[in-house]
Design a protein around this ligand. Sequence first.
Ligand SMILES: Nc1ncnc2c1ncn2[C@@H]1O[C@H](COP(=O)(O)OP(=O)(O)O)[C@@H](O)[C@H]1O
Ligand SMILES: [Mg+2]
Length: 505
Amino acid sequence: AEVRGSSLAPAFLCGVCLFSLSLHGFSPGTSVSSHIPKNMHGSHQQSSFSRWQWNMPSAVGKSLRAAAVLSVAVLSFLVCLLLGSVRRLGSGHGDLDEELASLRSALSHQLAQRHQEILPLLPPGRDKEPFSTWDSNLWAELTRGSSSNGTPLGCGALRDMQPLEVLGSGYTKLVVKVTLAGGEPVALKMVNEHGIDMGKCVEGFKDPHGCRQLVSYKLSKEVVLLHRLRHPNIIKLRGHCAGDEGGRVTVILEQGDPLQMLHLLQSPWEDRFRVCLDLVRLLHFLSRSPLGSVALLDFQPRQFVMVSGELKLTDLDDASAADTPCGRHADCSLQFPHRNFTLTCSARGVCEGLNEKMNIYNAYRYFFTYLLPHQAPPGLTHLVARIMNVTGELKANINETLDAFEHILHLYQSGLHLDKLPSSVLRATTSGNTDYHCWPSYSQQGCVLSVHSAREAAHICNSHSQCTSFTLTGQKTWTGQSSLPLTFIYLNIWPLVYVKHSTAG
Ligand SMILES: Nc1ncnc2c1ncn2[C@@H]1O[C@H](COP(=O)(O)OP(=O)(O)O)[C@@H](O)[C@H]1O
Ligand SMILES: [Mg+2]
């Protein structure tokens, strides 16, 4: 609207000027001499217009003259308008070209920046020649022998795939489940065309192709990080396809199930503890990774998936191994919505353990708070409370935190936390009639819990007023991988049951 307004105004003024001049008898077609005062020009009557007018009756002459002047004025207004538009059109094109050129250069600058961010992450000794997001040589080099699960997959693997469902999407990426030609299900990560990253970029730079390339750098960074940071709690990179000219990158990953916090909140303590333990093992690895201490800048449950009950980090594009430089302690502040911490500025001028501490506090606020204390076994609550305290106050480093978790696991698996349990009187019988539900239970049919021994089962049964008997099964939970396996209690399912002494009469 601004451009249109500013272009009409001069044309209008130009037309008004000419019109007013013509009213005074000065129009572009009028001879200059007709305006020269008589007393200065003896030959005034010799001008053609005066001569023509001189031969006409005076009334007709006046109206004809007025009509001629008016039409000349209107014509000149239109000519001015046209000239103005043509000039404006020219200058408008110029402005637009200039704007587009500056956007292009800003986008190129960002592309170069993203490129630079990836270079330090490449394996040492690798050729760090400039590469583009679709440089297949780089990726071939990078992923050579990288997959512990067979040979790395490339574009060829995607040829006869069957798309199954969308697994998830975020600001940057879209993740779909597909089955490869051989029947193996995998997760494919690609640029989310409708994501916030693409949307903002196209809005700012007006260049969908360039933006796709820019956003693809995040996928490229993720591939490099997945390649360098291999750990049981990081999603497995199966390969990638980065062959096409459009800068598209498709990452092929092992397929998991998005973490459902709500579902997890309703699971047995043992499963919730496992998620927290997996997370701590992951953070321990990240604190001393091949890239140095890595911080997860976008630390949220949605960046994780579950694969066969194991927690795995899947979103790595916001991982950073950078140190935070400082001049004094006050430069090392860690700010969270409800807590601030000030860390130490080391003699080398970097904030000591900042990445590690940031991860620990995020683990505390997004995971431990919700998953750990609720329904912890009585013999372990004091240890759980201690973990909550030291992680919530950032009083322990990741080594100490991992030790505390492994200690709990050891007590839990060995049954040592049950030492103080009073012994319950049990007797075995061949039938039982108890049928009740409890929460959280491993099964919808009855009350199914995990216990270390018949003694613990009896203790739990005694504490549930509805429980009159229980059955031990041979099934094992994840902690049952140890030498002292835990077993499920199945109530009223197996023929041989233990019956509560008081109810046995
Ligand atoms: N390997 C996978 N298996 C199953 N779901 C996945 C996998 N990887 C990612 N997802 C799902 O896709 C979502 C988006 O992936 P993510 O890498 O986090 O993208 P963004 O960077 O856009 O946040 C995740 O929140 C997760 O739910
Ligand atoms: Mg994400």
